[in-house]
Design a protein around this ligand. Structure first.
Ligand code: MN3
Length: 247
């Protein structure tokens, strides 16, 4: 039986099919606005003021992170794709990341790093919202309880994972549409690019120093602790139910 991921690749490789993003064929992903966008890419709207996450994440960090870091990923992604064949230029952000092995070798690393940077940050801006101590609810809450033995145990495990990422990278709560899992990626690698069933991010903690250094300096564990106050659980629940529908 074809896995869904292989089916996506098969569609993507059919001559002429590249112009139609498989994510459209299969039904729009929950965050289709960012992941289905195409070259030339733009920095996604933050959607709230830079100081909206104070005091947990400071305004200056948000401004530099969004405008400069996300801005550089977009600039470098567009620069790499400018020299790519039209068939590659027409691929959505998600399709680029699902088909890195099909990207010409001379731009593959640039696409992996910068398309990953764009996807991860477009997701990050949406998963951030001051939650006033709120917690997940509904199906997502039940799945967290069933998988990790309750919210505190889940928090402890994701926090520990995020704190221990060596160097720059991300800690994630992901789903393949059925199960939840905690995982990490180095650099700007995106969970959806991993081999096997597609892992959709539900929560992501950016542990690059640029995400916290101005306020927390070397104290990553303190930043990770504060991060629990700025998770948009409504958006996480949307991602979870969207992934379950596609699986
Ligand atoms: Mn970042």
């Amino acid at each position: 039986m074809m896995t869904r991921r292989k089916a996506i690749k098969a569609v993507a490789l059919t001559a002429g099919a590249l112009a139609v993003a498989p994510s459209f064929v299969l039904g729009a992903a929950a965050d289709s606005s960012a992941s289905s966008s195409v070259y030339p890419f733009k920095v996604p709207e933050l959607g709230y003021p830079y100081d909206a996450l104070e005091p947990y994440i400071d305004a200056q960090t948000m401004q530099i992170h969004h405008d400069k870091h996300n801005g550089a990923y977009v600039e470098n992604l567009n620069k790499a794709l400018a020299q790519a064949p039209e068939s590659i230029q027409k691929m959505s952000l998600e399709d680029l990341l699902l088909n890195l092995d099909k990207i010409p070798e001379n731009i593959r690393t640039a696409v992996r790093n910068n398309a990953g940077g764009q996807y991860n940050h477009a997701f990050l801006w949406k998963i951030l919202k001051k939650n006033e101590g709120g917690q997940p609810s509904g199906d997502l809450s039940q799945a967290i309880d069933a998988t990790f033995g309750g919210y505190p145990a889940f928090q402890a495990k994701l926090s520990e994972t995020a704190t221990k990422v060596f160097g720059s990278g991300w800690a994630w709560l992901v789903t393949d549409g059925k199960k939840l899992a905690i995982t990490t990626t180095p650099n700007q690698d995106c969970p959806i690019s991993k081999p096997g069933d597609k892992e959709t991010p539900i929560v992501g903690i950016d542990v690059w120093e640029h995400a916290y250094y101005l306020k927390y300096q070397n104290r990553r564990a303190e930043y990770v602790k504060a991060f629990w106050n700025v998770i948009n659980w409504d958006y996480a629940a949307e991602r979870y139910s969207g992934a379950a529908k596609q699986a």
